[in-house]
Design a protein around this ligand. Sequence first.
Ligand SMILES: [Zn+2]
Length: 54
Amino acid sequence: MNGTNKYIVNIECNQCGERFVLKGRMKKGKVETGFKKCLCDNQDEFDISQEELF
Ligand SMILES: [Zn+2]
């Protein structure tokens, strides 16, 4: 409710298999990490999971 919840976001590229672990914050109902694209230029095909930090 206070807008400061932090999340760990795990992103796995479905094209090259690269994995990224990012920290994000919930804004306007979704977690923002600043992640744009993979090293292989993939921008759309990802497996994403996130967990809230308490
Ligand atoms: Zn990739």
